[in-house]
Design a protein around this ligand. Structure first.
Ligand SMILES: Cc1cc2nc3c(=O)[nH]c(=O)nc-3n(C[C@H](O)[C@H](O)[C@H](O)COP(=O)(O)OP(=O)(O)OC[C@H]3O[C@@H](n4cnc5c(N)ncnc54)[C@H](O)[C@@H]3O)c2cc1C
Length: 425
């Protein structure tokens, strides 16, 4: 059957996609399948979701369970963040952060360690407090915070089972105001990197590599719902000018005009922490491929300097690059495991051969900084994830224990985790 990811750059190869109508049916389907994986919303850019059989839980309805005393919400894994965010805000609650698009499923984003931005904000998976999944035997297991396997079970690449429900930490709702500045030079960005990345609750810097000036400094300021704490960084900042007109924040990108969350006006976190509106097609509308590498925060400026000499060759292939930071955590396969990192992101044009040719050079430039690649984006077959993720060996052992027959493995995991080199089930 023909099925591709959202961007259309990966053709999935399952014999069928099973749509379970309830959890009991999903359990039976998983128990009976020799090899199966869960499909989220298909927004990853590589074949991490592919398998001989795919199962989708998106047709299973279940109410969000709000526990205000415990400050958690428990949602179905297939729920898109946009739906969770709207529900939480309506009830006076919030998540700590969102990724750039709210269309992705909570389980899919959790599985790949999806992140937003902000020096103090961990990746989205750091909000997870518990996971319910269907194991290889079809039985439901709950892994909660504090369980010895928990830190290895959150960013788990779909390798430990099919997630049915996820419990997330919540906090009282808050407002966000977005401000965009143009005219930030590369020199200022590199000289004042720490101050720039600390200048708002969530900071994104966007642009190309060979130009003297970046296109966009994008600040998301946080305020409490009662009005306290709102910030206005002024009309000039770090040598750039605030844009007051209703512009597209990804100025050098080729995205549709009307798919960004509102700039300039204050409003609910649920409508402003993501870059893209939930009711529009995000980013460049799918005419793109994405790659992203995480380097330790202390090496951030050196890593950017190491890539810049490739700028003349990178830029013609790019819609735009984006630089964000996130805080450290303890989740074994999270980009933030062991300390905060800079995320160096590339939204490429759909020119896969040329992208594949330049990626090894970018990866080689980053090698001294022990880079990690985003699990859901494009990186070279030769890129060594094991060198960046110290706890990958523990994860492989956990996966072998939880899934001894390799039911949830696929070619992608065998290749990237080098499983076939060690043991095959
Ligand atoms: C326009 C765009 C913008 C993006 N912006 C960001 C960003 O800001 N930050 C960032 O970090 N990433 C970003 N991404 C990447 C995206 O967040 C990840 O690829 C994410 O994993 C996609 O979620 P999904 O639901 O589409 O999962 P899929 O791509 O469908 O699957 C990803 C993985 O999750 C597993 N999975 C899915 N559902 C389940 C389940 N129920 N149980 C177990 N495993 C499951 C799959 O098996 C697979 O291994 C962006 C992607 C796009 C297309």
């Amino acid at each position: 059957m023909t099925l591709s990811n959202w961007a259309g750059n990966v053709a999935f190869t399952p014999t069928d996609v099973l749509h379970a109508r309830d959890i009991a049916e999903a359990q039976r389907l998983v128990a009976d399948a020799p090899r199966i994986r869960a499909l989220g919303t298909g927004h990853s850019f590589n074949d991490i979701a592919d398998a001989p059989q795919l199962i989708s839980l998106r047709d299973i309805a279940s109410p969000f369970e709000l526990d205000e005393a415990a400050r958690t919400v428990t949602v179905r894994g297939a729920a898109p963040y946009g739906a969770v965010a709207a529900f939480l805000h309506e009830h006076g609650w919030a998540l700590h952060n969102l990724g750039s698009l709210p269309h992705i499923s909570v389980a899919g984003a959790t599985a790949t360690g999806t992140h937003g931005s902000g020096d103090g904000n961990g990746v989205l998976s750091t909000a997870v407090r518990g996971i319910e999944r269907i194991g290889a035997d079809g039985e439901l297991t709950w892994v909660g915070a504090g369980d010895p396997d928990f830190d290895g079970s959150v960013v788990a690449l779909g390798a430990l089972g099919v997630i049915t429900r996820i419990r997330l930490a919540i906090e009282p709702t808050y407002d966000v105001t977005q401000q965009v500045y143009t005219g930030l030079s590369w020199d200022t960005f590199l000289d004042q990197f720490d101050a720039i990345m600390a200048s708002a609750y969530s900071v994104s810097v966007l642009g190309k590599w060979a130009t003297p000036t970046l296109s966009t400094l994008w600040l998301k300021h946080r305020a409490r719902a009662d009005g306290a704490g709102s910030a206005d960084a002024g009309s000039r900042l770090f040598g750039g000018d605030r844009v007051t007109a209703d512009v597209h924040a990804i100025i050098t990108g080729d995205a549709p005009d009307d798919n960004m969350t509102p700039l300039g006006t204050r409003g609910a976190w649920s409508t402003r922490l993501a870059h893209f509106r939930f009711d529009r097609d995000p980013s460049a509308g799918g005419d793109e491929i994405q790659s992203e590498f995480f380097v330790p925060r202390a090496a951030a400026v050196d890593a950017l300097r190491a890539i810049r000499p490739l700028g003349e060759r990178i830029d013609p292939l790019l819609h735009v690059s984006e630089f964000r930071t996130f805080a450290g955590d303890d989740l074994w396969l999270s980009g933030g495991e062991g300390g905060g990192r800079l995320a160096i992101h590339f939204t490429w044009r759909q020119r896969p051969d040329e992208v594949a040719a330049i990626l090894p050079e970018i990866e080689a430039a980053l090698r001294p900084f022990t880079p990690r690649a985003h699990w859901g984006k494009v990186y070279s077959a030769g890129f060594d994830q094991a060198a960046g993720f110290d706890r990958l060996g523990e994860f492989i052992a956990l996966a072998a224990r939880v899934d001894p027959t390799g039911k949830f493995r696929n070619d992608h995991l065998d290749r990237v985790l080098r499983l076939s080199d060690s043991e095959a089930p």
